[in-house]
Design a protein around this ligand. Structure first.
Ligand SMILES: C[S@@+](CC[C@H](N)C(=O)[O-])C[C@H]1O[C@@H](n2cnc3c(N)ncnc32)[C@H](O)[C@@H]1O
Length: 197
């Protein structure tokens, strides 16, 4: 962790993103378009902006070099993360990636990119902190992380907790619970010997 990023993003910069998404969802609703949908890889639902911003402030996201949201939906979490550090959103659904890029342009965000792809096929060793709001059990992601990732994984909600990564910390913001996981020395042992695919 290098700590060279934006230590104190202003409430104004966050409010700009928050207000943008609120207005955007309201406009979609007026047209009868839902802000959730089934995708080829799962189901898209959006995190709550204020909870995500408070989470990032609580953990000091600026201390990390490169954040990635695995399954970034319409880009909200990756956009908020870009207020603190370099940020990437990886999403399989083409339409959601297009929307994310459009919103990025309209907000004028820096430090941020969106990639269309399957995060299970990306090299995740390039990041030091990952976020996932899982819509499926994390078995395949966890196997991959045990092999190639040494940083922290934030898991939103308690429905699909990782089973072999070690829980370092739990952050509760309002009713939202975020678990922070990382590889333990025993996880490495199991990856190398017993669990190796
Ligand atoms: C519950 S949504 C979370 C969206 C966003 N992270 C947020 O918190 O607002 C999960 C997203 O992950 C995407 N997804 C699921 N599996 C994926 C995969 N293997 N590769 C890329 N995207 C994936 C889905 O298409 C969906 O948009």
């Amino acid at each position: 962790m290098a700590g060279h990023n934006s230590p104190h993003p202003t409430m104004e910069s966050f409010q700009k993103i928050n207000t943008f998404y609120e207005q955007y969802y309201a406009a979609l609703k007026e047209k009868g378009i839902h802000s959730h949908k089934e995708t080829e890889k799962g189901f898209w639902l959006s995190s709550v902006s204020t909870e995500v911003f408070d989470l990032f402030r609580t953990i000091g996201l600026e201390q990390f070099n490169h954040f990635a949201d695995l399954g970034s939906g319409d880009g909200k979490v990756a956009l908020i993360a870009s207020l603190f550090t370099k940020s990437t959103g990886i999403e399989f659904d083409e339409e959601l990636v297009q929307r994310s890029n459009q919103i990025k342009k309209e907000i004028g965000a820096n430090n941020l990119r969106f990639k269309k792809g399957d995060f299970l096929e990306e090299d995740l060793s390039a990041y030091d902190i990952l976020f996932v709001y899982p819509d499926n059990p994390l078995v395949r992601l966890e196997q991959k992380l045990l092999k190639e990732f040494r940083g922290d994984l934030i898991v939103c909600g308690g429905i699909y907790p990782p089973e072999r990564l070690v829980k370092k910390r739990v952050v509760q913001i309002n009713n939202a619970v975020f678990g922070i996981y990382r590889r333990g020395w025993l996880s490495g042992y199991f990856t190398g010997r017993r669990w190796k695919a």
